[in-house]
Structure formats: structure tokens, C-alpha cells
Design a protein around this ligand. Structure first.
Ligand SMILES: Cc1cc2nc3c(=O)[nH]c(=O)nc-3n(C[C@H](O)[C@H](O)[C@H](O)COP(=O)(O)O)c2cc1C
Length: 199
């Protein structure tokens, strides 16, 4: 069964992100295409990048906090990143969590759910550039919840069309996450047989 993590991208006290992620989880739970699980960055208490070697160079991590994060992320086939917009970018907590790992993200798929005055779309544009560098295939459809249309008195009340957009995003995500399982399997088999090095 495909496993998709719904990553809570804000660690702020009184964050809205938890409620938004719960909304995603509730609707994703009605689907049969994958197991959807919430992954809360706040549970990992990740320090600001404190690894002596960049993850792209080695995944032999020095810190137990990184190793725990690595185990969690490696277990999933795809991710829904839930993020607010902070100064037209994603949260520093999410950027840091992305930077800490490399191979665990590679050849996986991702979709985005953002929120903000303009739906948090600028945060997602940043994340798409970062995803490319991590070899994450980010799907086109994104959910952008706006404070004026999808929140009332700072409580999440998404316009009904947002549920349909969420489902279309998850359709793309599960399709790409399934396809990329084959890519990762092929890469593993190639490494096991040593293809490319035999005469
Ligand atoms: C440092 C900071 C910067 C922010 N910058 C933006 C912004 O650029 N655009 C926007 O729409 N909202 C911005 N906001 C408002 C946030 O979208 C709002 O506080 C939201 O609830 C944050 O998500 P969270 O509660 O899950 O942390 C900013 C908030 C903070 C704390």
C-alpha cells in the first residue's frame, strides 16, 4: 500500500497548520489509494542544520535527531506539504527539515496545501524550486486556502470547491508516487546487480 505523509510545516505555538493538516487528513482518509498519515515537524524538534556533512554527500548522519527524521521520511512514498506563507516564502522549520535529508526525498512525489492572505502560493513557488533540487516530483495541482474565502474569524471553513481541488491534487500525487516506486526499485536492482560495471 502506498504511504503518503501529510507534513505539518509550521511549528509555531497556536499554529493554524495543525487544523489545515487535519482537514487534509480527514478527506484523504476517505480515499482507497494510499495510507495517509500526519507527520508533525514539531514532534521531531529538529535543530537548525547541525550535521557536519551535507546530506547530499552522505546519509551517515551524526545527530540522532536527523536519524529519527530520516527514518520517518524514508518510510513514505510521497508527501503533502502543508505550509503557511512567511514573508512570501515557506516556514524556516520546513526548509530546515527539507535541507537535513537528501536520499530519503529522492524519486518521491509531493503535493502542496498552502494558506495565507493570497492562499500562500508564493511559499509553494519557493518549495517547487527546492523540490527539484531534492529530486522530488511535485504535482501541478495545489490547494491554496485564502484567509478571506476559506477562514472565518481565523477558523478554517474551506469553500466547498477546495475539497474537489484537494482530491484532484491527491489523484495526481498517488499516480506519480506509484510510478516512482518503479523508478526506485529499478535503481535498487541496478545497484544490486552492479549493472554498468560488468564486462
Ligand atoms: C513571520 C511571519 C511572516 C508572515 N508573512 C506572511 C506573508 O508573507 N503572507 C501571508 O499571507 N501571511 C503571512 N503571515 C501570516 C501567516 O500566514 C499567518 O500567521 C498564519 O496563521 C501562519 O501559519 P501558522 O499559524 O500555521 O504558523 C506571516 C506570519 C508570520 C509569523
Amino acid at each position: 500500500m502506498l504511504r503518503i505523509a501529510i507534513v505539518i510545516g509550521s511549528t509555531r505555538p497556536n499554529r493554524q497548520c495543525h487544523t489545515v493538516a487535519q482537514w487534509v487528513h480527514t478527506h484523504a482518509g476517505h480515499r482507497q489509494d494510499a495510507d495517509y498519515e500526519i507527520l508533525d515537524l514539531a514532534d521531531f524538534s529538529l535543530p537548525l542544520l547541525d550535521e557536519p556533512v551535507a546530506a547530499a554527500m552522505s546519509n551517515d548522519y551524526a545527530r540522532e535527531t536527523t536519524r529519527a527524521w530520516s527514518r520517518a521520511i524514508a518510510a513514505f512514498d510521497g508527501y503533502v506539504f502543508v505550509t503557511p506563507e512567511y514573508n512570501h516564502g515557506p516556514t524556516a522549520a520546513l526548509k530546515n527539515a527539507l535541507d537535513l535529508l537528501f536520499v530519503e526525498w529522492n524519486d518521491k512525489a509531493a503535493g502542496f496545501v498552502s494558506y495565507g492572505l493570497q492562499g500562500g502560493v508564493r511559499a509553494v513557488e519557493h518549495l517547487r524550486v527546492i523540490a527539484a533540487e531534492l529530486a522530488v516530483a511535485d504535482v501541478r495541482i495545489q490547494v491554496a486556502l485564502s484567509f478571506s474565502n476559506d477562514f472565518t474569524d481565523r477558523q478554517l471553513h474551506p469553500h466547498p470547491h477546495q475539497e474537489e481541488i484537494l482530491n484532484r491534487m491527491l489523484d495526481q500525487l498517488s499516480s506519480w508516487a506509484t510510478a516512482l516506486q518503479t523508478v526506485r526499485l529499478t535503481a535498487q536492482n541496478t545497484a544490486l546487480t552492479g549493472a554498468g560495471f560488468s564486462g
